[in-house]
Design a binder for this molecule. Structure first.
Ligand SMILES: Cc1cc2nc3c(=O)[nH]c(=O)nc-3n(C[C@H](O)[C@H](O)[C@H](O)COP(=O)(O)OP(=O)(O)OC[C@H]3O[C@@H](n4cnc5c(N)ncnc54)[C@H](O)[C@@H]3O)c2cc1C
Length: 528
């Protein structure tokens, strides 16, 4: 069932009796967890702050008080509505590899309490849910795509391929809405913002959560187990604001700390010797409905030798104006967000003017199984890095409050010298490899500039919010245990990229979904 608090579900109903499981947040991780319970005997309640579609009231609840580096994603990079940020994400899936989970002496506070082997079976299940092809993700994919391996120096560069979920399976609100509507044991409640996690026994046992609607309806939910799945900023904010601001699950003092994102740097431009050769190598390809795109990454040995973080480089083909592509992309994106917007007159004319180009694009997609890049325009080299986990990069509570009475998040985003060294160092390696292979001439940009947006050298966050409720083996070093149960609270769990102790360079959602499925198994069997 999907209901709205105060409209088709009263506060008395939701507050009467005890639920077996309460999941707070109906985004990527929360919904992936919830659908695993459809049809089982447990009664599950999913609380979602937003409505069926994004609106300004819900969006304002996300507003932060920024005190650190400029960070676009705190405002633009998350969606507060049923489906959460899956209404906007790209669907790009990359599994973590050992170098991302490993403790590295040159990266303070790195190292996961889990290994890659543990994640593998859950990655396979996520691939089935999202209907992507699955392994391999490494250089063997060249052959699978019928392309010759271009021969990047194996001492310096390893390749990894992303797989992208099809547009029709990206928005989890669309993907699982019917299943949840028909589920008799799972109730999703919209306009139910959790404002407090209620604990007893000196904070060691979670009784449930207090919720509030936009019209001021309040209810106390009671549950045997509670999972917080509110995203990298909100999960920490909710727990910090609980117990009257004394915080829940924070005996380590690490709650809200170690916020990490990925940083994307416009590292330079490639002037190709043959544009066709570069396009043939780097244009995304399709196998079935899965799109594959190639990334270049430093090898483990190169990271060790240079003291770098995990990083990846890829090419971005600038889309010239007036080809109709941007307009088409906007319409496809609106379809993903669940509100199909027809083109405006201006857009329709642009698409008509670019109809030859668009026809070429469609032809390439259907016949050549390829997402064709434009034949003109600049080719940018983008280098992305993970961040070194830093305790000072953090969410705390501000004195101002939002419309449901929650203290706003005060957001201090920081980066370290390691990120700068990795971005510039790996950009040089990629540049020399392009030139050595005769692919073209590379013009490298200036140092990364986190205040610039469009110029060469501009560097910015890319909406991957991680680290604020990090997992650890020892209760002194993190918020959750490796099985995602909070160290301090015996029946409270957190899921989502916020539990990543170190970000790695893989896009985070694949791993967050794998962790959600693992948690579902444990909660269903009663072993967590
Ligand atoms: C444009 C864009 C592109 C992206 N592309 C990719 C990509 O290609 N690959 C990738 O891996 N990642 C990508 N991401 C990141 C990805 O979307 C996130 O990693 C993922 O959504 C995080 O999942 P989550 O469940 O932790 O948070 P969310 O999906 O944000 O869900 C959190 C949910 O909790 C709800 N909520 C918040 N606070 C409360 C509260 N107090 N009470 C009740 N409910 C609450 C929210 O409304 C929301 O529904 C992209 C993000 C953006 C913005």
């Amino acid at each position: 069932m999907i209901k709205r608090l105060g409209v088709d579900l009263g506060a008395d109903t939701i507050g009467s009796g005890e639920w077996d499981l309460c999941i707070v947040g109906a985004g990527a991780a929360g919904l992936a967890l919830a659908v695993q319970f459809v049809g089982v005997s447990q009664r599950v309640l999913v609380l979602e702050s937003g409505l069926h579609a994004p609106d300004t009231f819900a969006e304002d609840l996300n507003a932060v008080v920024p005190v650190g580096l400029p960070h676009d994603g705190a405002t633009l990079g998350r969606v507060r509505a049923f489906g959460g940020t899956t209404r906007a994400w790209g669907g790009q899936l990359v599994p973590m590899r050992a170098s991302e989970l490993a403790a590295r002496p040159w990266v303070p506070d790195s190292g996961w309490p889990l290994d890659c082997e543990t994640l593998q079976p859950y990655y396979r299940r996520v691939e089935q849910l999202l209907r992507v092809e699955g392994p391999p993700y490494d250089r063997e994919v060249w052959q699978r795509l019928g392309l010759a391996d271009p021969g990047f120096d194996p001492g310096e560069i390893q390749v990894r391929f992303s797989q992208w979920a099809a547009l029709g399976r990206r928005n989890f609100a669309v993907l699982w809405r019917r299943q949840l509507e028909n589920a008799s044991n799972v109730t999703v409640v919209l306009d139910a913002t959790a404002v407090n996690v209620r604990c007893s026994g000196q904070g060691r046992h979670c009784e449930g959560v207090d919720i509030r609607s936009r019209d001021g309806i309040a209810a106390e939910v009671r549950a045997r187990s509670t999972v917080i799945a509110c995203g990298g900023i909100e999960s920490a904010r909710l727990l910090l604001a609980s117990a009257g601001g004394a915080a829940v699950a924070n005996s380590s003092g690490r709650l809200g700390r170690y916020f990490q994102d990925h940083i994307s740097y416009r590292a330079g431009e490639l002037e190709p010797v043959s544009r066709r050769v570069v396009q043939d190598l780097f244009d995304p390809r399709y196998v079935g409905n899965t799109m594959f795109s190639v990334k270049l990454e430093p090898t483990d040995e190169s990271m060790r030798r240079n003291g770098w973080l995990n990083a990846m480089a890829h090419l971005a083909f600038e889309i010239p104006e007036a080809l109709g592509w941007m307009e088409l992309r906007r319409i496809l994106r609106s379809a993903q967000a669940g509100r199909i917007e027809l083109p405006s007159l201006h857009e329709a004319l642009e698409m008509l003017r670019g109809s030859r180009e668009l026809a070429r694009l469609m032809f390439a997609r259907v016949w050549a199984r390829r997402r064709r890049s434009p034949d003109n325009g600049r080719i940018q080299i983008l280098v992305d890095t993970e961040q070194a986990p830093q305790a000072g990069s953090r969410i705390t509570l501000d004195t101002s409050v939002d419309a449901v009475g929650m203290p706003r998040a005060r957001f201090d985003w920081r980066i370290s010298e390691l990120e700068r060294q990795t971005l510039t160092g790996f950009a040089r390696t990629v540049g020399s490899e392009f030139e050595r292979l005769g692919l073209g001439k590379v013009r490298l940009a200036a140092e990364p500039d986190l205040h610039a947006r469009d110029s060469p050298g501009a560097a910015r966050d890319i909406y991957h919010h991680m680290g604020t409720t990090r997992m650890s083996r020892s209760p002194q070093r993190g918020v959750t245990r490796p099985d995602l149960r909070c160290h301090d609270v015996d029946n409270l769990y957190i899921v989502g990229p916020s539990v990543f102790p170190a970000g790695g360079i893989a896009n985070p959602t694949f791993t967050a979904l794998a962790l959600a499925l693992r948690l579902a198994d444990e909660l269903k069997s009663g072993s967590a």
